[in-house]
Ligand binder design. Structure first.
Ligand code: ZN
Length: 616
């Protein structure tokens, strides 16, 4: 596998777009509550997407592509979770100011310049995941940075925007969306393309993820954070790998994408050398249905049995190229197949075949010879076949021609879907730059100096600053990294200001709490105040900090700590009892001390035990 230096030579460049849901009760442009639903939907609505002409009198490429897919879009609705705003029947309510505040806070933490006025824009979104056909979004800050491996990773901009629906299934011409997630406020942070090797990509994403978590204002759990990864190499094109769910996938995904772009550029050069350009590209489509009446190729036989057709398209000069590997286990053929799958909705695992891979799939050498003859393929040509319902096959033939034209230009501008094995597949054409336009329904919100001042005064310390501070205090390194982004960080700061032991307190707040949680002994909703109360109780009762674990394990959120301690058998040892025990102890000072500590467990602090022994 090539090393990172080779990727620098390739001109590898990567930027990230982090989408992070904000922890607000209400949605961004209406009063509906934010909540994910598992119960059955109360109703469904069926819609179709149609492209509209832009103000420039043209259609956006993505818009046209989505129209070509002719999808029936079904929305699953909840009467107590979705209102007429989300379904595009009424204009938006004023923007959620709590979300704007969180956006401002995160922008300030990233050192961004924040806007004087929040202007809502519409970002075209035509895959059906937003019923309006656009996403409302507002830039909050620009030009910030995060420290990353001894340098600064630039932030281009930070916006707040409404989340889209969750896709439940997408089969053929039917796509189903659940609307519960729709309009949840999220923040989008876009970095500069300043990550220069695949190995650094997950590290940068982790750094941003830690930062988001440290704000304490974001949602956690499945789907609350989603990353898009933008990759290009010298001579290539920016390709966006959408919604990478795991950091561990990123290195392989970006490595493979860089190599894919390199392979596509080499294919382009071969075609150029043959003198093939868009103007001279020779293609021809033919109906081959009659040749497959008795075929042993199962997917084709099945399609014909359902009344389908088989068409072939000759690609002049593409002979031999479709077998070129572009990603591990995937060839140029799969680039065509991906487009046919998404745009013509021919989504069987095998949806096209080409003459350079035959004989195969039940098609024999003599059948291949007949196809080549029928398609009038020369030595340097190849024919690509697709089968299925007539209108889908016609779409497929057009799309194969368009993808061939893209091959002449190198790397198509597209978004890709990530797969766990590190490969990716075509998702959609990358939208053009015109996809943003002002939202005439939303008035601008002024951002006053007073408001910025109020937010700045309460800014949370950035995790990298906090982590350094904790390390200097003597918090073990393995703990300081996690504590810096923990919701217990504030509790830690309070407790050590009250004189609790730094190391022990930090270790309990991270590792002790984690261990309780793993054992199922940490009640849901236990917060920093509950834990701090347990610490203070131990001190007031002359106990060791070690009893905190026992108390927290027995605690319900907000419960009086004295009650919990009683129930958990962690009562205060009375002075009389302790001094009696001190009198009874015998041996050297050390032996006596050990005996006292063993007798009372953590219920007597070392200091109290020593005092009892010295005052007898
Ligand atoms: Zn609503």
């Amino acid at each position: 596998m090539p090393g990172d230096l080779d990727y620098k030579a390739l001109g590898f460049k990567c930027g990230l777009e982090i989408h992070q849901q904000l922890d607000t009760d209400r949605k961004l442009f209406c009063m509906c509550k934010v909540q994910l639903r598992r119960d059955p939907a109360h109703a469904t609505i069926l819609r179709h997407m149609r492209p509209t002409l832009s103000e420039m009198g043209t259609y956006d490429g993505t818009a046209l592509m989505e129209f070509k897919t002719k999808k029936n879009v079904t929305y699953q609705l909840y009467e107590d979770g979705i209102c007429t705003y989300e379904m595009d029947d009424t204009p938006p309510f004023p923007i959620n100011q709590k979300a704007v505040d969180i956006g401002l806070e995160i922008a300030l933490m990233l050192g961004c310049s924040v806007v004087d006025e929040v202007h809502v824009s519409r970002k075209q979104y035509l895959d059906g995941s937003i019923p309006t056909g656009f996403q409302r979004t507002a830039i909050i800050g620009v030009e910030g940075s995060v420290p990353f491996k001894g340098r600064q990773l630039g932030i281009i901009q930070l916006s707040i925007e409404e989340d889209a629906c969750r896709e439940m299934s997408d089969k053929g011409h039917e796509i189903i969306f659940k609307t519960d997630r729709l309009s949840t406020p999220l923040v989008e942070v876009v970095t500069k393309a300043e990550i220069f090797s695949p190995a650094e990509v997950p590290e940068a994403a982790e750094q941003l993820g830690r930062f988001m978590r440290a704000t304490g204002k974001v949602r956690r759990g499945m789907g609350a954070t989603r990353q898009d990864v933008n990759v290009s190499i010298t001579g290539g094109t920016r390709v966006e790998i959408k919604g990478v769910p795991k950091l561990q996938w990123m290195e392989a995904l970006t490595r493979n994408e860089a190599n894919r772009q390199k392979a596509l550029l080499e294919i382009r050069d071969k075609l150029t050398k043959k003198g093939i350009a868009e103007a001279t590209l020779q293609t021809a489509v033919k109906d081959l249905t009659h040749m497959f009446n008795k075929t042993k190729c199962e997917p084709i036989a099945a399609a014909l049995a359902r009344g389908g057709i088989v068409h072939g398209i000759r690609l002049g000069g593409f002979g031999g190229l479709l077998n070129t590997e572009v990603m591990p286990g995937l060839t140029l053929k799969h680039e065509f197949a991906g487009r046919v799958k998404v745009i013509a909705c021919l989504d069987e695992p095998l949806n096209i075949i080409h003459t350079d891979e035959l004989p195969a799939y039940g098609i024999e050498a003599k059948d291949r010879a007949e196809i080549i003859k029928e398609m009038a393929c020369g030595n340097s040509d190849v024919a690509v076949l697709a089968w299925g319902p007539a209108s889908d096959v016609e779409t497929a033939m057009k799309e194969i021609r368009l993808r061939a034209i893209d091959a002449l230009n190198g790397v198509p501008s597209e978004t890709r879907q990530p797969f766990p094995d590190g490969t990716s597949g075509f998702e959609r054409i990358l939208p053009g730059p015109d996809r943003m336009y002002p939202d005439t329904d939303s008035p601008p919100t002024e951002v006053t100096q007073e408001r910025i001042g109020r937010i700045r005064a309460m800014l949370v310390e950035a995790p990298w600053i906090r982590e350094e501070r904790y390390s200097k205090l003597g918090v073990p390194e393995r703990v300081s990294r996690d504590l810096a982004i923990s919701r217990m960080a504030k509790t830690f700061d309070e407790l050590i200001a009250e004189g609790f032991p730094i190391r022990q307190t930090a270790v309990f707040l991270v590792e002790g709490m984690r261990s309780l949680k793993r054992k199922g002994k940490l009640a849901d909703g236990i917060d920093g105040a509950d834990v701090a109360a347990a610490f203070r109780f131990s001190k007031m009762s002359g106990m060791s900090v070690s009893v905190v674990q026992t108390i927290v394990a027995a605690m319900s959120p907000g419960e009086r700590v004295e009650n919990v301690a009683g129930r958990a058998g962690v009562q205060k040892v009375a002075d009389v009892e302790l001094s009696q025990a001190a009198k009874e102890a015998s041996g050297t000072a050390d032996v006596k001390f050990a005996a006292l500590m063993a007798r009372f467990g953590g219920r007597v602090s070392a200091e109290r035990a020593r005092n009892a022994l010295s005052s007898k």
